[in-house]
Design a protein around this ligand. Sequence first.
Ligand code: F3S
Length: 106
Amino acid sequence: AHIVTEGCINCKYTCCVSVCPTDCFREGPNFLAIDQSECVDCAMCARECPAGAVHPSRAAPIGSCHFARINMELAMLWPAVRARRDRLRCADRWRSVRRKIHLLRI
Ligand code: F3S
């Protein structure tokens, strides 16, 4: 399955949602999570994300492995999102910021 990683935090472009064939994205206040039981690994979301935040869990960037568990846990809490929305305000500024996991809101 694929996972959403740190780059999504405070951006939430949601381009990923519009191409997902299985509606496996779940939406929180400033991050999306993937329900890994529904993801079919098509990888279309990874190609669409302007923040480069989506990766296959087996090939997550160094330092992002813990996002597999974070996606799993948050996907159980959050509602499905099936349509693209406006990105968050300041998304373009936050896109290049690294180390922002402390800003993840539940
Ligand atoms: Fe997040 Fe990228 Fe989707 S920023 S909402 S994973 S397009």
